[in-house]
Design a protein around this ligand. Structure first.
Ligand code: FMN
Length: 164
């Protein structure tokens, strides 16, 4: 896909088909994470891909508040040094766009319990677990959700308070 098309076609997917994600597609997601920029090129993060059915079930049941987490064939949990969440967001967005390019659906998930995830994956207490992403083949085709108009979003040369 053209880069522009990838950006325009990505959606948050909350309904997944049962097919597993082939290893070569996962590999391209890993490489997108690897190529992302980070402050000082420190790369103070790691990304745990969970394909094991029992671990996914455990995370969905004990940590997730939303049923689609249990449906996705792959869960990705980002782990970082506290304060490196900005870097994680950039890397994860690279991955999410690469997934769209591979014909895969994803959803960022910030609403989950951290402790059961730490337990299930062996993540130490001192590390942050800022985000989970569900990955799989979409079984829905949502419309684009509405966005602010450009004249509210973009400001030229100075900040304009809302409503002015
Ligand atoms: C940091 C972040 C956290 C999010 N957490 C959740 C979540 O916990 N559950 C969920 O269903 N969607 C979550 N989303 C998805 C947003 O709801 C979604 O991106 C937004 O509604 C726009 O829809 P779109 O992604 O289809 O364009 C999250 C998105 C981001 C960027």
């Amino acid at each position: 896909m053209e880069f522009r098309e990838v950006i325009e076609r990505r959606r948050s997917i909350r309904k997944y088909g049962p097919d597993p994600v082939p290893e070569e597609k996962l590999r391209r997601l890993y490489e997108a994470l690897q190529l992302a920029p980070s402050g000082g090129n420190k790369e103070e993060y790691a990304f745990v891909f969970v394909t094991d059915a029992e671990k996914r079930r455990r995370i969905a049941e004990e940590a997730g508040h939303q049923d689609f987490i249990g449906q996705a064939p792959v869960l990705m949990l980002a782990v970082c040094e506290p304060g490196r969440e900005f870097d994680v967001a950039i890397a994860v967005d690279h991955m999410v766009l690469a997934a769209a390019d591979e014909g895969l659906g994803t959803c960022w998930v910030g609403w989950f319990e951290r402790e059961p995830v730490r337990q299930a994956l062996g993540i130490p207490e001192r590390k942050a677990v800022p985000i989970m992403v569900t990955i799989g083949y979409a079984d829905e085709a949502p419309e684009c959700r509405s966005r602010k108009p450009l004249d509210e979003l973009i400001m030229l040369n100075e900040y304009r308070p809302p409503g002015s």
